[in-house]
Each structure stands twice: as structure tokens, then as C-alpha cells.
Write a protein that binds this ligand. Structure first.
Ligand SMILES: [Zn+2]
Length: 181
């Protein structure tokens, strides 16, 4: 399995899982989030972060496949969450529930990079939720959407997203809207 982190100091190239990686400060992610919100408003900014995240999730899964992880098994997904998620600095990521047949997953994380305080009224992890959704699209082999049902950015104990088929996610979103009204 390819997993060694290699740093070529002379060339300025970091390699992990046979892919070039980059250390960037989390503050840079915050600048991108802020600039998108300033320039395009919160709704468009959210959708940009989410769709950029989705691309990233697909890339992570292609790295995972190349490295020999079994992406269609809950044990394999746990390993990917550990190696590429938690050890990659995204926060502590774990798979709560995974159903390949029903094409639905529930993934939990703490210390997400987009959480800056705990006082918001809405979830904040659009980029991270996008990454998880793009990753699960590769696993389920079809388009997915997601809902961050719990977020540390609004004072919850952890962040948690439900990821599944668009119709099912729409149904869940409407259901949770009704119960919060
Ligand atoms: Zn969150």
C-alpha cells in the first residue's frame, strides 16, 4: 500500500500516496471562504465551496483506490477516513453508518477546518461536506447530495452529514425543516 509521506526539500515537492500534496495554513481556507462570501453572497459562496469540495472528494477516492483501499466496504472506508481524513488534518473523521444497498451514509467529524466559533445559526462545513459527498459519489457510483445535520459551528457536539441519493436528501431536508418550524 502506498502511504509514505515523502518530502523532497531540494525540489519543494511533498508526495504522499504517490500524489503531490501541499501543506497550507487553514487560515488560507478561511480567506477563500470569506472572499467568496464577500464577492458572491453566502448562498453562492456555500454552493461554490460545496462543489469544489465534491471535486476534491472524487480526487481523494481516486488516490484511495490507487493505494489499494477497498472503497466499497465499511472497513475500507474507516481506513480511508483515518488515513486521508484524520491524518490529513481535516479533523477526526469517522463513519457512523454506511449502507451500500440503500446508498446512504452518515459521517461524523470533530475539529473541522471551517469551524471558527460555535455561535452560528447554520452549519458551516460546506467545503468538508462537499469532500465527503464527492467521495461517496465514487463509492455509490451515482450522484449524491448531503445535509449537515449537526455542526460544531452552531454549538453542536460534533459535525455530522447524511449523504445519499438527491431525492432522499431532499426528503430529509424537508422533514427536518418541518420539525424545526
Ligand atoms: Zn460542521
Amino acid at each position: 500500500m502506498l502511504q509514505a509521506l515523502h518530502i523532497d526539500e531540494a525540489k519543494g515537492i511533498i508526495t504522499a500516496f504517490d500524489e503531490r500534496f501541499l501543506f497550507i495554513p487553514v487560515a488560507l481556507i478561511h480567506s477563500i471562504e470569506d472572499k467568496l462570501t464577500e464577492s458572491f453572497g453566502p448562498i453562492t459562496a456555500t454552493s461554490f465551496q460545496y462543489s469544489i469540495g465534491k471535486q476534491g472528494g472524487a480526487q481523494y477516492m481516486s488516490i484511495a483506490k490507487k493505494s489499494g483501499f477497498n472503497i466499497k466496504q465499511s472497513g475500507g472506508l474507516e481506513q480511508i477516513a483515518d488515513r486521508l481524513g484524520t491524518l490529513g488534518g481535516w479533523g477526526k473523521v469517522s463513519i457512523v453508518n454506511f449502507d451500500l444497498e440503500k446508498k446512504i451514509a452518515r459521517i461524523r467529524w470533530t475539529n473541522g477546518v471551517s469551524v471558527r466559533n460555535r455561535k452560528g445559526k447554520t452549519p458551516v462545513c460546506h467545503f468538508g461536506r462537499g469532500i465527503l459527498t464527492g467521495a461517496m459519489e465514487q463509492v455509490f457510483g451515482r450522484k449524491c447530495e448531503s445535509l449537515e445535520v449537526s455542526c460544531q459551528g452552531k454549538g453542536d457536539r460534533f459535525c455530522e452529514a447524511v449523504i445519499g441519493e438527491p431525492a432522499e436528501i431532499t426528503r430529509l431536508a424537508e422533514q427536518s425543516k418541518r420539525t424545526s418550524d
